[in-house]
Write a protein that binds this ligand. Structure first.
Ligand code: G16
Ligand code: MG
Length: 219
């Protein structure tokens, strides 16, 4: 049995990937950059500056580091504006139910998101209270490095081997396994084939198979 659960945010708990995409797309249009077909999959789980480089592509050399920081911050302003409208309706299928179920079993829940906007997103979705610990992405090397998942396990004070972590991006699955944690891939079965367990959505997750039911001591 596992003792703690660690979640990625965008693409696992919240339907925010489309908002990141919308904000990046707006920036690309303003800069008249070509928009590749596979952008959605390419941007999944990438931290902010790496996402910007992906968007800029061959035009990257046309911008100074300072200009790039300004562009990333422009995208972030747009994204912050978009997440203001998030509500519990933007939880992905099964996410709210799973969080409630884990809480009911007194399983500590951690967040390992690359997003510096994660606390604001959790607030808007109404699930901030469910999390025992939120790992700070500013202090961790980006996925596929294991750092953010290790930080989450340490923050929960649970041995990584007793944690189960959920991800929608291949780089995230690599990060989880590098941390010595078992990975549940949620979404694209081909992109996530390295995961220890695969789900189409959190609705399918069978908590009984992974976490002990709550036991009430007799005395
Ligand atoms: C998320 C998203 C990425 C985003 C990154 C950084 O990660 O999947 O698209 O670029 O966070 O977000 P921000 O610019 O808000 O700091 P995750 O790890 O929750 O999937
Ligand atoms: Mg994700």
């Amino acid at each position: 049995n596992f003792r703690a659960a660690i979640f990625d945010l965008d693409g696992v708990i919240a339907d925010t990937a489309r908002l990141h995409l919308q904000a990046w797309r707006q920036l690309a249009e303003e800069l008249k950059l070509p928009w590749g077909d596979n952008m959605e999959e390419s941007l999944k789980g990438l931290e902010r500056m790496a996402s910007l480089e992906t968007i800029l592509g061959e035009r990257s050399a046309d911008f100074s580091d300072r200009e790039k920081v300004a562009l990333a911050s422009r995208k972030n302003d747009c994204y912050r504006e978009l997440i203001r409208n998030l509500t519990a309706d933007d939880l992905l299928p099964g996410a709210g139910e799973l969080l409630a179920c884990l809480r009911g079993r007194r399983i500590p829940i951690g967040l390992a998101s690359a997003s510096k906007n994660a606390p604001a997103v959790l607030q808007a979705l109404g699930i901030a209270d469910c999390f025992t610990f939120i790992a700070d992405p500013a202090k961790a090397a980006p996925k596929p490095a294991p750092d953010i998942f290790l930080a989450a396990a340490w923050g929960l004070a649970v041995d990584p081997a007793r944690c189960l972590a959920f991800e929608d991006a291949a780089a995230g699955v690599t990060a989880i396994q590098a941390a010595g944690i078992k990975a549940v891939g949620v979404g694209d079965r081909n992109a996530l084939r390295e995961a220890d367990y695969l789900l189409d959505s959190l609705v399918e997750f069978d908590a009984d198979g992974f976490f002990a039911p709550i036991t009430i001591p007799v005395n």
